[in-house]
Design a protein around this ligand. Structure first.
Ligand SMILES: Cc1cc2nc3c(=O)[nH]c(=O)nc-3n(C[C@H](O)[C@H](O)[C@H](O)COP(=O)(O)O)c2cc1C
Length: 172
């Protein structure tokens, strides 16, 4: 069965999204690719800048260009919620992916248990097309049996998105 290659791109300031990216990478057998951006990692100022840039929907420059992405690859974008929006580096990636045709799945990590619908909707608007999967994992799930089950569920849904439709036979 023909399948799309998955590519996991993640941004993580304090490790929660990295943990999720690594777990999904192991499940899908693909090493996740970390995205870097300046300043947000600074101890106190970084938190402030993150909140400001999350709230205003900034598109900060990434430290590295995006890796090569196959035209039909499934892009899996993982990162935190900042001030009800997507973490600002995710905006940059969504804008870079906008002119490409790749299907994009987004999974956000968040401190609170409520689904970060606003952030997912904003990310989708930045991408300019529908996300093929839009979901979130709350931090309180970490370290509980529910975390593994959640990862397994997400991996299963992502795997089904990797299956390409069979090529139509051309009538002779
Ligand atoms: C500046 C800032 C703003 C945040 N705003 C929110 C928020 O609006 N809602 C929420 O649920 N969590 C919020 N969080 C918490 C993070 O989304 C959450 O801890 C996330 O898992 C962090 O991911 P990371 O460890 O990969 O950076 C915020 C965190 C930061 C640093």
């Amino acid at each position: 069965m023909p399948t799309r290659e998955p590519i996991i791109l993640f941004y993580s300031r304090s490790g929660h999204s990295q943990q999720l990216a690594v777990a999904l990478g192991a499940a899908l057998q693909t090493p996740p690719v970390r995205l870097g951006a300046r300043f947000y990692g600074l101890p106190a100022l970084g938190w402030l800048l993150a909140g400001l840039d999350g709230g205003r929907g900034a598109e900060p420059r990434l430290r590295e260009p995006l890796p090569d992405i196959e035209p039909d690859a499934l892009v899996i974008l993982i990162g935190p919620v900042w001030a009800d929006g997507p973490a600002a580096p995710l905006n940059t990636v969504a804008a870079l992916l906008r002119p490409r045709g790749n299907p994009v799945a987004a999974i956000l990590t968040a401190a609170g248990p409520d689904s970060p619908d606003k952030a997912l909707t904003a990310l989708q608007a930045r991408l300019g097309r529908g996300l093929v999967l839009a979901d979130s994992v709350p931090n309180p799930l970490e370290g509980t049996p529910g975390y593994g089950a959640r990862v397994a569920d997400l991996a299963g849904r992502l795997r089904s998105l990797m299956v390409l439709p069979p090529e139509r036979e051309v009538a002779s």
